[in-house]
Write a protein that binds this ligand. Structure first.
Ligand SMILES: Cc1cc2nc3c(=O)[nH]c(=O)nc-3n(C[C@H](O)[C@H](O)[C@H](O)COP(=O)(O)OP(=O)(O)OC[C@H]3O[C@@H](n4cnc5c(N)ncnc54)[C@H](O)[C@@H]3O)c2cc1C
Length: 294
């Protein structure tokens, strides 16, 4: 375990936005993570766990909170017909484990940054599928009971970019996944590569400072599938709009990117302008997919 006081949180987040947190504790193993939760932190101030930091931005200034950084290498293995995975494991490592074990079905998650814990909290997904579909159960720290419990998929209330973890703040320690299908490693890798290539064509380059899709795609009455928020943002003429160093990407209208030293206030101002323009243009009220913390 490594512990830091009054530390700048922004380098730990892909959007690079946020002020100084009072405490940051980095877990180095699952045993360490459980020890930190049970014995080190007091829960007297807000406690937030982050993985890859690819879906969150923090407010500027001094932030009175304890951040647990959960992005150590982590373990993943197959037992009794399930994939067991620690929450700190990156999605990339998870997918490569699946392909090398001839497990097919998770390719839709290719190219999504972050960890299994963060992906489960936000029910990350693409191409009409999301990670919650594949879960059997999860070991979780229940803040109310102050103990580690196992919860089934049905209890996690997975929905489009939503889960119970966003409401309770309970901390995911590990998860068991069902094996959706079997295939040849080379075919699975080929499919993953295709998806990554398609994402490269559609999205800003991977090193861009951003948090992925800024707004949730939109539920439109009479349409089975959600309509891309990018469609409405583009239609409202917001592509390329800037506030300070924050910009609506020219390549993908639902990506708000930090082109230099953007700050939280700039993000809020720009996102409010986008929301207003989209509402005036299409009557659609956008809501954020990116989480503002604490
Ligand atoms: C370039 C780019 C492309 C992206 N593309 C997609 C996409 O196609 N689809 C998609 O769904 N998302 C996408 N995202 C968003 C993001 O990558 C995913 O949501 C990812 O799963 C978040 O994981 P993370 O570990 O980075 O979570 P973080 O950003 O660290 O955290 C996100 C939330 O999860 C919580 N959390 C983190 N770990 C845990 C844990 N162990 N237990 C409980 N709660 C936890 C945090 O408190 C926070 O509320 C993209 C992001 C980027 C930068």
């Amino acid at each position: 375990m490594h512990s830091y006081s009054d530390i700048d949180i922004s380098p730990y987040l892909t959007m690079n936005i946020g002020g100084k947190v009072s405490e940051l504790i980095e877990a180095e193993s699952e045993i360490d993570l459980k020890h930190i939760i049970k014995n080190v932190i007091s829960f007297e101030r807000p406690v937030i766990v982050i993985g890859g930091g690819s879906n969150v931005i923090f407010r500027d200034g001094l932030i009175n909170a304890t951040i647990i950084l959960n992005r150590f290498e982590g373990e993943i293995f197959i037992k009794d017909g399930y994939i067991h995975c620690q929450s700190s494991v990156s999605l990339k490592k998870f997918l490569l484990f699946c392909s090398s074990n001839s497990i097919k079905g998770f390719e839709c998650l290719s190219g999504i940054p972050g960890t299994i814990g963060g992906a489960l909290c936000g029910n990350a997904g693409a191409y009409g599928h999301y990670i919650g579909e594949f879960v059997e159960d999860m070991e979780v720290f229940d803040r109310r009971k102050k103990s580690f419990v196992t919860i089934k998929r049905e209890q996690a209330e997975f929905d489009y970019r939503e889960s119970i973890f966003k409401k309770t703040g309970n901390i995911i320690i590990s998860a068991r996944f069902n094996i959706p299908g079997r295939g040849y490693e080379k075919d699975i890798l080929k499919e993953m590569k295709c998806i990554i290539e398609e994402r490269k064509r559609k999205l800003p380059p991977m090193h861009t400072k951003c948090s992925g899709s800024f707004f949730k795609n939109v539920k439109v009455p009479g349409k089975e599938r959600r309509v891309a928020a990018a469609y409405y943002i583009d239609k409202a003429g917001c592509k390329g709009m800037k506030v300070g160093d924050m910009k609506v990407s020219e390549k993908h209208a639902n990506f708000i990117v930090n082109i230099g030293n953007g700050c939280f206030d700039d993000v809020i101002k720009l996102s409010e302008i986008v929301k207003k323009n989209v509402f005036e243009d299409s009557g659609i009220r956008l809501s954020e997919e990116v989480r503002f913390l604490p």
